[in-house]
Design a protein around this ligand. Structure first.
Ligand code: GLP
Length: 245
């Protein structure tokens, strides 16, 4: 079942998503969370930091898995997703460094299979994902699972779509955007017990409407979410504008 919640704007959507994370942590302090990067989750992370500082929301017993990473890209590169998640959220809350699991964008090609298998093993050892938050790409990608990614795919190295690289070009300044990424697979994503998709802004209105209307198909990874029993779409009004009701 896919539920839809709509906030007035991106900040309101961020607060709604923060509410889901907070409930997950209060229900089960040792919750296993999977978290995305991108512009969309910034208000969510701001709100979680605020709730940690002002209301004692604690991540101390939780585990966090980053959804994806560029490859090859040094972990300390300003555009690495590891750095993003630390700067936006994890450096400001009480999660122990050892409970943050991130795919290593600095790994050598020959080590990638081992890196991805170790990530899946860490996930299994943690008991699987309780709450997974996702953004959605303009082409319907989830994490770095671009159109055509296999629905049972596991964590692996993938080639990035040209649209994805073009969108990232501004962030990288003049530097070349990596051609590959490491990503949690769609199979891994769909095994999460609860999934929250966060989308805001008019630019996402078409792809959100399409993902919610099209028959589930690998050509549109986000449409596969409709086969999951517990998915919640948290949108702002602009991103919800084209949904058929
Ligand atoms: C990137 C990330 C995705 C993210 C998407 C949307 O490609 N790999 O995990 O969901 O972009 O980003 P934004 O929120 O900036 O639109």
């Amino acid at each position: 079942m896919n539920r839809i919640q709509i906030g007035a704007d991106a900040d309101a959507a961020g607060r709604l998503a923060a509410g889901v994370v907070e409930r997950a942590l209060r229900e089960r302090p040792a919750a296993v969370l999977a978290l995305p990067t991108g512009a969309t989750p910034r208000p969510l992370y701001r709100e979680l930091v605020r709730r940690h500082r002002e209301q004692g929301l604690s991540f101390a017993a939780a585990a966090v898995f980053g959804l994806d990473e560029y490859w090859p890209l040094a972990p300390e590169h300003p555009q690495s997703f590891r750095r993003f998640l630390r700067a936006e959220l994890l450096d400001h809350v009480d999660l122990a460094a050892a409970r943050f699991h991130m795919l290593d964008g600095g790994a050598a090609a020959g080590a990638l299979e081992r890196v991805c298998a170790a990530y899946e093993a860490a996930l299994a050892a943690a008991g699987g994902i309780d709450t997974l938050l996702l953004g959605i790409g303009l082409n319907g990608h989830l994490g770095f699972n671009e159109p055509g990614a296999p629905r049972r795919g596991r964590t692996r190295v993938v080639e990035l779509a040209e649209l994805t690289r073009a969108r990232a070009a501004a962030d990288f300044g003049g530097e070349e955007v990596p051609r590959h990424g490491l990503t949690m697979g769609l199979g891994t994503i769909l095994e999460a017990r609860r999934i929250v998709v966060l989308a805001t802004g008019a630019g996402k209105a078409d792809i959100v409407a399409l993902a919610l209307a099209a028959a589930p198909d690998e050509a549109l990874p986000a449409s596969l979410l409709r086969e999951h029993a517990a998915v919640e779409w948290i949108l702002d009004r602009a991103a919800a504008a084209r949904i058929e009701r």
